[in-house]
Write a protein that binds this ligand. Sequence first.
Ligand code: SF4
Ligand code: SF4
Length: 204
Amino acid sequence: MNAVSPTPTKKYDLSFARWVRDNIDGGDRMNMCMQCGVCSGSCPLSDQMDLGPRKIFMMVRAGMKEAVLKSNSFFQCVSCYNCVVRCPREVPVKYILHGLGRLAIQEGYQDKKDVANARFADAFWWSVTTFGKTDERLVPTLYFFSAGFVEGIKKSLANLKIALGMLKTKRMHIGMPHKTKNRGELKAILEKAVEIQARHEGGA
Ligand code: SF4
Ligand code: SF4
């Protein structure tokens, strides 16, 4: 992905549509969209989205950069792939949404601290790269407090009953975090994945 997408000079600026086509993963398939709405109709989270995939694709093609990148739709997606398998035109809907979401944060249209999914992803990534697995105590704790101290306390108290239930049924352990064996191998795989993504986003 080129570092920065074009600054719109008007409400409908087709340079944004061209940039998405050339730089967002799967963006070159967006022209195949026939606006049938199967993706939005199949999405279990569409009622939480302000726009939904079909409208987003129409607006990208119309060059409505600001309106698109301010949408909450990208961050409601739970990667269930319903839209991808059902799209009659094989548009990789989910991948495009995630690319646009990343762009919205990179270019300051959305603040990461307001995006719960992005903060959860950071906590998850930290645990996997540190221990080789998700720690059932540290990931939620990091996530809860990533929205601020007061919010962290509130969320921790709200989930206390669940945590106690998990402890009782041995779904949560006490003591040091568990670590995978051969973490060096996992680390090498993850570093390679990051390198491939960076190369891809650099347009190489
Ligand atoms: S299902 Fe595919 S063709 Fe239909 S609106 Fe969605 S992306 Fe476009
Ligand atoms: S992958 Fe995301 S956008 Fe597609 S149907 Fe699932 S939740 Fe909706």
